[in-house]
Design a protein around this ligand. Sequence first.
Ligand SMILES: C[S@@+](CC[C@H](N)C(=O)[O-])C[C@H]1O[C@@H](n2cnc3c(N)ncnc32)[C@H](O)[C@@H]1O
Length: 218
Amino acid sequence: MSMSVPHDYGMEAEVWDAYAASAFDGAAEARFRWTQYEGHGPGIEVLGESPRRTLELGCGTGRAVGYLAGLGVEAHGLDLSGVMVAKVRERWPRGRFYQGEVLGFLGSHEETYDAVYSVFGCAWFADPRLLFPLVRARLRDGGVFAFSQPPAIPGAYGAQGMYKGGFAGRPLYTYRYSYPPDTWAELLRAAGFGEVSVQIVDAPVAGHWGTLLATAVR
Ligand SMILES: C[S@@+](CC[C@H](N)C(=O)[O-])C[C@H]1O[C@@H](n2cnc3c(N)ncnc32)[C@H](O)[C@@H]1O
């Protein structure tokens, strides 16, 4: 189990602003995909039956929000990067976007959702012991929490420091959280979720990185 690490969200916002500048030229197409492989893995059915209001945590390019909004869902997205949020507001005018750090944001947010989800997003970058109870509080009864991310590197569990921009100059870094599936399941149950499932979706090519996919219900 991890000890808490000293997040510096001002610096992390800088890290993700740099990512936003390189990862999104403002022209992304709408799509909803849990895995890192084109046309692979489950789709929006993971979010439960006909969700009407959804919230994506760490929405990045906003493609999934844009996809859901295009289906008529009231689709919301949160991201730490102000650079990213400015771009996605312009690209996906039917989505609703918030800029903020996930723990602080959820702690004061009052809306409730049919589904809260994260795709390689901030369920990977925030301490699950703090995040999961806050997510549960923003779901209606029966609402679904789902997230995906790469599986842990074997043996490297808990908060993992990630360098950004090399090892010379001003230190820039963030943290991601990695655990084996059983530990993710325990963390979800400890936060009060039921119907917990945490699995590794196999890659389309045998022996390549799969995708960790977790679902749980309030
Ligand atoms: C790898 S990207 C997500 C990619 C996204 N699924 C997409 O399709 O573009 C991770 C995102 O999480 C956001 N993020 C990281 N830590 C966060 C935090 N503590 N609070 C809110 N957002 C955070 C980053 O700004 C970044 O845009």
